[in-house]
Ligand binder design. Structure first.
Ligand SMILES: Cc1cc2nc3c(=O)[nH]c(=O)nc-3n(C[C@H](O)[C@H](O)[C@H](O)COP(=O)(O)O)c2cc1C
Length: 170
């Protein structure tokens, strides 16, 4: 049996319910990296989405309340890493600390952007547009290079990391 659905009109007081409703949408998890004035910086983001094939565009949404907002809305180049299932520690450490990754294994792409090893996919981006998105911004990037491998993705659902079943429904 399923619980009765919860229905509400979003107001200033329904933030918790709105988060819970958003959390019904299962996503992958990405880490976005950029070179800041004081070194490499990263942020965990599940707001990533593909946008356009030609031109090749993707988006993600940094929160205006983040201390990392100014950096990630102003940089001209950044990299979006799609995390593999075994990278959940990286997801949480970067969520807590903008330098919560292993500096020793950090690489650089053609534009000098810091890049992380062992991700499932990476999109090396150039700033294309930044749009208003309420208490977030919508950052659209043009993909300069895409890199990917086979493997199991890290998934996020209901505020938690979840394991994707390999069972195929189609
Ligand atoms: C799974 C997950 C997804 C997240 N997605 C986003 C996101 O899309 N946009 C965002 O601004 N912050 C997102 N965050 C929060 C940031 O990673 C980070 O925790 C937050 O910016 C910390 O605050 P600070 O930047 O002020 O240090 C996410 C965190 C987690 C754990």
């Amino acid at each position: 049996m399923t619980d009765a659905p919860i229905s509400f009109v979003p107001t200033g007081d329904t933030g918790r319910q709105l988060r819970d409703a958003f959390g019904r949408f299962a996503t992958g998890v990405t880490v976005v990296t950029a070179q800041g004035p004081d070194g490499p910086s990263a942020i965990t983001a599940n707001s990533f989405a593909s946008v356009s094939l030609d031109p090749a565009l993707v988006l993600w949404s940094p929160s205006r309340t983040s201390r990392r907002f100014d950096l990630f809305t102003n940089v001209t180049h950044y990299a979006i890493h799609v995390l593999a299932a075994d990278q959940h520690d990286l997801c949480w450490s970067v969520a807590k600390d903008r330098q919560g990754f292993d500096m020793d294994t950090l690489g650089r792409n053609e534009n000098g952007v810091p890049i992380l090893a062992d991700c499932l996919a990476r999109f090396d981006c150039a700033r294309y547009a930044v749009h208003d998105g309420g208490d977030h911004a919508i950052v659209v990037g043009q993909i300069l290079r895409a890199t990917y491998r086979s493997g199991t993705p890290l998934a996020f659902y209901g505020g938690k990391m979840v394991r994707l079943s390999e069972e195929d429904l189609s």
